[in-house]
Design a protein around this ligand. Structure first.
Ligand SMILES: [Zn+2]
Ligand SMILES: [Zn+2]
Length: 278
């Protein structure tokens, strides 16, 4: 599978001179499966640019859209995703139980009628909630996707993709804390993953003031990756105030730590518009 980052930022988009390297758009990943199917994870602002990549002169476009949870930064790019305005598009939605509500509310909700000029019902695409992940797993052409609950306010889901002998785990907006029982659950979920993409919204100096906010620091993410024998950890959901220079320093600090621990873990930070294959 091939993974492309279209949005790596947490909380709010932060375009500008300080976010050129790692990007300013909020969560959106494109995952191209070996069988040819396309999966998009989350509809943060990164999904807008992804939507403009499709060639609509082609025949029918079929996509899977997995939503981790419905906080704004994970759904508010959806109204700007071009394929939803085409009748030739079919979107199979899965993930968090409330995800259809989140996608719908990005167009119209009782709180703010008038936020957006189009209503969800007026979209031309065929958008269906398939609801496989909360009842077991989702299989797409032999790729098996499992979900695990996130430790995050109002909840959410993380995903594991298994394709042949390759495993990718995506856990964003997830607070790894002192709950060993929960931690062991994540260790099992991530066991021997080739790549773990994990929330590292905070640096260690910040985390004590933000306990219960539903995010982790890089120490916790590394601890999980090492205990689960992960090959590569990609730090994700960069805090909006984290400049490119801060993210670079964070990665260097992590690499130093890894060296001290004497493990083989490879570590980097997610960059918007970058891609990797596994
Ligand atoms: Zn978030
Ligand atoms: Zn969140």
């Amino acid at each position: 599978m091939k993974v492309t980052f279209w949005g790596t930022r947490g909380s709010t988009p932060v375009p500008g001179k300080d976010t050129i390297i790692y990007g300013g758009n909020t969560t959106c990943l494109e995952i191209d499966l070996a069988g040819g199917k396309k999966v998009i994870v989350d509809a943060g602002t990164g999904i807008r640019a992804l939507g403009s990549e499709f060639d609509f002169s082609d025949n029918r476009l079929e996509l899977y859209l997995l939503i981790t949870h419905i906080h704004w930064d994970h759904v508010f790019g959806f109204p700007f995703f071009q394929p939803i305005y085409k009748s030739s598009t079919k979107i199979l939605v899965d993930g968090y139980s409330q995800c259809m509500k989140g996608l719908r509310y990005s167009f119209d909700n009782k709180m703010g009628d008038g936020f957006f000029p189009i209503r969800f019902e007026e979209l031309n695409a065929d958008i269906q909630f398939i609801d496989k992940l909360s009842n077991g797993y989702l299989e797409i052409d032999g790729t098996i996707i499992h979900a695990i609950p996130l430790r995050h306010p109002q909840g959410g889901l993380g995903f594991r993709f298994r394709e042949g002998d390759k495993t990718l785990v995506f856990l964003t907006d997830n607070e790894l804390d002192d709950d060993r029982w929960a931690f062991e659950g994540y260790v099992g979920f991530c066991e021997r993953a080739d790549v773990l993409i994990h929330d590292s919204h905070y640096v260690p100096e910040e985390i004590s003031k933000h306990r219960g906010w539903g995010h982790s620091d890089y120490l916790a993410a590394i601890d999980l990756a090492v205990k689960a024998h992960v090959s590569k950890l990609i730090l994700f959901h960069h805090a909006p105030e984290r400049k490119d220079s801060d993210v670079i320093k964070m990665v260097l600090d992590c690499q130093e730590l890894i060296k001290e621990k004497g493990t083989e873990l490879s570590i980097e930070a997610a960059k918007e518009n970058s891609a990797f294959e596994l």
